[in-house]
Design a protein around this ligand. Structure first.
Ligand code: ZN
Length: 428
C-alpha cells in the first residue's frame, strides 16, 4: 500500500479551518499526522514536492453525467473518471439519466461494480426521483437509499406534479436522502432552446425564459418549508433564482443552489454563430444574470461549484441548433475556468472559499466522508497551481467527447496532481 510525503505546500483545508505551509503524510491510503506514523517497511516512501503549490482536499463534483449504462459512445465510467482525475477531482457524483435509468437497485449495483473495477476516482451514484425519470410515478426511494445512492434527482428532467414532488421529498426525508432538482417548468419553457431575450429573437430560436427556472425554484422553496427537508437546486442560471434562494435562506429555509462553469464564463451572446457547443439546459443567460450569479457566489447564496459534465459525440452535436442535444463536457476545464474567473478576474472569492465550495460544501450537502485532510481520512488530495497559465486543448481531453466551447481559451490556474487513496491517479 502507498506511503507518501507531500512536502512544503500551502495546505488549505476548510473543514479544519486550516491555511498554512507544511507537509502532508500518507500511510496505507490514509492521511496520518507525522512521518513517524508511516509504517511501511515493504515499499519506498514517495516524496512529492509541493513548493509553491496548494495542497487541497480532493475536489468533489456533484453534477456529472457518465453516460453508462446505455451511451458508452459518449462517455464511460472509466473515461469519465479519467477526465475527472485530469480536472483535479477525486470524487464525482453521477446523474441517473442513463439507459436503463438509475431508478432501481440493480442499475445502482451495476454502476457501483463498474466504478469499482474501472474508475480511477470515487464514483457516487444518484438515484432517480421517478420511475424511468418520467415524472409520473415515484421510484422506490427507500430501496435506492439501501442500494447506496447519495441523493435522488431526475436531472435532465423535472417532476412537474407538485404533489408527487412533495411525496418524493417526504420519503427522502424519512430515509435520510438529500434531494437535488433540475428546475424547469415544462409549460413555461415549451420547446425553448436558448435564453428568451434579444438573441433568441434576433436568431429566430425558441426562447427558454428565466421564469421557467424561477417557478420551480419557488416551488422547491415552498416544499422545503412544507416538508422540512433540504432541497438543492441544480445548475442555477437566472438572476431571479439567485434572489429567491437568497431570501429563502435568510428565513432559514433548507434550500441551496449550485453554479456550473459555463453559466458564468459565457452569455447568450455566444450562440450568435449557432455553435451547438453553446447549447445547454438551462441555457446561457444574459450579462445581468451572470453578474447576479457571481454576486450569489460572493455572498454565499450559491454554495457549490460543479460542471454538469454532459458529453455528446461529434455526430450528435453536428446538426441544426434546434436538433442538437443540450450540454457540454466540463470536468477538465471547470477548475481552471472558476479560478481564472472568480479568483483572478473578478476577485469575488478567494482561493480558500473556492476550495471550500468544491470540498466542505458538497461533502456537507451529501453527507460524504470526503473533502477533508483530517488525520484518518482517505488520502484523496488535489495539488493545485493557482497561477499556472495554460491553454485548453479539447483534442487532449481524457473524456471520450469533445463538445466544449472553451477550446483554445487561455486560463490561469489548474490542478497539477490528483491523488486518490494515497495513489497518484493523474499528474501534469
Ligand atoms: Zn440538469
Amino acid at each position: 500500500m502507498s506511503a507518501a510525503i507531500i512536502r512544503d505546500g500551502r495546505i488549505i483545508d476548510p473543514a479544519n479551518k486550516r491555511d498554512d505551509r507544511g507537509d502532508v503524510y500518507i500511510n496505507n491510503g490514509v492521511i496520518v499526522a507525522s512521518k513517524s506514523d508511516i509504517r511501511n517497511p515493504k515499499s519506498e516512501i514517495e516524496e512529492i514536492d509541493a513548493k509553491g503549490l496548494i495542497i487541497s482536499p480532493g475536489l468533489i463534483d456533484i453534477h456529472v453525467h457518465l453516460r453508462e449504462p446505455g451511451f458508452s459512445h459518449k462517455e464511460t465510467i472509466a473515461s469519465g473518471a479519467r477526465a475527472a482525475a485530469a480536472g483535479g477531482f477525486t470524487t464525482i457524483v453521477c446523474m441517473p439519466n442513463t439507459s436503463p435509468a438509475a431508478d432501481n437497485p440493480a442499475t445502482i449495483a451495476w454502476i457501483k461494480d463498474r466504478a469499482a473495477e474501472a474508475a480511477c476516482v470515487n464514483v457516487l451514484p444518484t438515484g432517480a426521483i421517478s420511475k424511468n425519470i418520467a415524472g409520473e410515478e415515484l421510484a422506490s426511494i427507500g430501496s435506492l437509499g439501501r442500494a447506496g445512492v447519495v441523493a435522488i434527482t431526475d436531472d435532465g428532467h423535472c417532476v412537474q406534479n407538485h404533489e408527487l414532488m412533495r411525496r418524493a421529498v417526504e420519503y427522502a426525508r424519512m430515509v435520510g436522502l438529500p434531494v437535488l432538482d433540475h428546475c424547469q417548468d415544462y409549460n413555461l419553457v415549451g420547446n425553448g432552446v436558448v435564453n428568451e431575450g434579444y438573441w433568441s429573437t434576433l436568431l429566430g430560436l425558441p426562447g427558454w425564459p428565466a421564469a421557467g427556472e424561477e417557478a420551480i425554484v419557488m416551488r422547491n422553496i415552498l416544499l422545503a418549508e412544507l416538508c422540512d427537508h433540504h432541497i438543492h437546486c441544480q445548475h442555477i442560471s437566472a438572476a431571479g433564482s439567485v434572489r429567491l434562494i437568497r431570501e429563502a435562506r435568510k428565513r432559514g429555509v433548507k434550500i441551496s443552489g449550485e453554479v456550473c462553469t459555463h453559466h458564468i464564463a459565457l452569455t447568450d451572446e455566444a450562440i450568435q454563430n449557432f455553435d451547438t457547443n453553446c447549447k445547454m439546459n438551462p441555457p446561457l443567460r444574459s450579462k445581468s444574470d451572470v453578474a447576479a450569479i457571481i454576486e450569489g457566489i460572493s455572498d454565499g447564496t450559491l454554495s457549490i461549484l460543479c460542471s454538469d459534465h454532459a458529453p455528446h459525440a461529434g455526430f450528435e452535436k453536428e446538426v441544426e441548433f434546434d436538433q442538437a442535444p443540450f450540454g457540454i463536457v466540463g470536468l477538465e476545464t471547470e477548475l481552471g475556468l472558476f479560478i481564472n474567473s472568480l479568483v483572478h478576474q473578478h476577485r469575488k472569492i478567494d482561493i480558500q472559499r473556492l476550495i471550500e465550495m468544491y470540498t466542505l460544501e458538497p461533502a456537507r450537502l451529501l453527507n460524504l466522508q470526503a473533502g477533508t485532510l483530517s488525520v484518518g481520512a482517505a488520502a484523496d488530495i488535489t495539488i493545485i497551481d493557482p497561477d499556472l497559465e495554460w491553454t485548453v486543448r479539447v483534442d487532449q481531453f481524457e473524456s471520450l467527447s469533445r463538445n466544449s466551447p472553451f477550446d483554445g481559451w487561455k486560463l490561469k490556474g489548474r490542478a497539477v496532481r490528483t491523488i486518490v487513496a494515497g495513489k497518484t491517479v493523474w499528474s501534469l
